[in-house]
Design a protein around this ligand. Structure first.
Ligand code: CP3
Length: 358
């Protein structure tokens, strides 16, 4: 006695509820009660409760603390009532876990001590085993218990985006050392991407086996590539990752920024859902992605800073264009910007739910 809780977000529900959630139904291109919505970077600096629990804890350290991961992942679900949670971690966590000397510098991003430039540097990249990331499996297990009927999205960085950080040594606008290796040392490049494909597959497997309901592969910087280069030099590695998780029978979302010319190929690589930034309207994106796949997106994150009426008019347009697709998951075209008013995000979720109610 005395253990009865009436907090709805923590009421245990069966996995059948998760399977039947609006988010997973939309990913499978089934009918939905409303268009599901979640936001990339929904956990993070836009939330005061996030800044509070992160005080004095370095970013990469926070990614290794299961209780903190669980709390941060749940914060936006509690506050905004989004239709899915995204696991709190970072794309460089598996690299750190296998011993790559790197850090995430506030306001900068991932910085690598010894950039990968030659064949000898590949020795930094060994296989990842579940024992390298026990805190990930533990946090996923806690979360699937706490989330009830809300699905948890696991994620990883795609080989190209990870390679860019490793080769450049940090964030890059032009990716010049990365492209120099791609063109100048194609065998080394292929070996690097293949190593990263394995590590990414292993990191996703840990999350899926612990209970994640979907995965998103972030190829954030793939938009720097022409379609020809993407197809020849990058797509095989991403396809290897997506194929490695196919057997689990959970939706695979494939996302990048500035990828209007790559949307068809990103679907072809093996995605069930293709993420779209704000540059291509979703009806056109659905045409480029072709039949048999859903789309995710695509409100410009800057629209959260415009007057409310402007924001919801634009969100309504996204919903209307999304109806051309076989399935639509509402999201922003990229992550929530740090200065976003969290009240606006909550209002946007409410609007999407009400405006799309069937
Ligand atoms: O809410 C979520 O989306 C889940 C958590 C998440 C983080 N990083 C937490 C984080 C996810 C999915 C990522 C993925 C990630 N990390 C990507 C792909 C997504 C994208 O934005 O395109 C990339 C490119 C990274 C690399 C990275 N990590 C960058 C560029 C930065 C920003 C650096 C800065 O301070 O401006 C990070 C740090 C990071 N990862 C933060 C968070 C919440 C901010 C650090 C902090 O709060 O102290």
């Amino acid at each position: 006695m005395g253990h009865v809780t009436d907090t709805p977000t923590t009421a245990p529900k069966s996995s059948a509820d998760v399977r039947d959630s609006a988010f997973l139904r939309a990913c499978r291109r089934e009918s939905v009660p409303h268009t599901p919505v979640w936001f990339m970077r929904q956990a993070g600096r836009s939330l005061p409760e996030y800044r509070k629990v992160r005080e004095g804890v370095a970013m990469l350290d926070s990614c290794m603390m299961p209780d903190l991961i669980t709390e941060i992942t749940l914060q936006p679900v509690r506050r905004h009532k989004v239709d899915a949670a995204i696991f709190f971690s970072d794309i460089v966590v598996p690299l750190k876990a296998i011993g790559v000397d790197l850090d995430i510098k506030p306001g900068v991003g991932p910085v690598v001590a010894q950039p990968i430039r030659g064949a000898d540097d590949l020795a930094q990249l060994r296989d990842l085993t579940p024992d390298d990331v026990p805190y990930v499996a533990e946090a996923v297990r806690q979360l699937t218990g706490e989330l009830g009927g809300t699905p948890l999205i696991g994620f990883a960085g795609a080989p190209f985006t990870l390679a860019s950080y490793l080769v450049e040594g940090g964030p890059s606008k032009n990716h010049e050392f990365t492209k120099a290796m791609m063109y100048g040392e194609p065998e080394l490049w292929a070996a690097l991407l293949d190593r990263l494909a394995d590590i990414t597959s292993q990191f996703l497997a840990v999350q899926i086996e612990a209970g994640a309901s979907a995965i998103q592969l972030f190829d954030s910087w793939a938009g720097a590539l022409s379609a020809e280069d993407y197809r020849a030099s990058v797509m095989p590695a991403s396809a290897k990752v997506l194929a490695s998780v196919a057997g689990h029978g959970i939706p695979r979302i494939h996302f990048g920024v500035g990828t209007g010319e790559l949307l068809g190929l990103m679907g072809e690589a093996g995605a069930d859902v293709v993420g779209v930034d704000w540059r291509v309207p979703l009806d056109e994106a659905a045409r480029r992605v072709g039949p048999g796949r859903a789309v995710q997106g695509n409100l410009d994150p800057a629209m959260l800073f415009t007057p409310y009426e402007t924001m919801v008019a634009k969100a309504g347009q996204v919903l209307a264009e999304g109806r051309a697709a076989e399935g639509h998951v509402f999201n922003l075209g990229h992550g929530v910007l740090p200065n976003t008013d969290p009240g606006r995000l909550t209002a946007l979720v409410e609007y999407v739910h009400e405006a799309s109610a069937r």
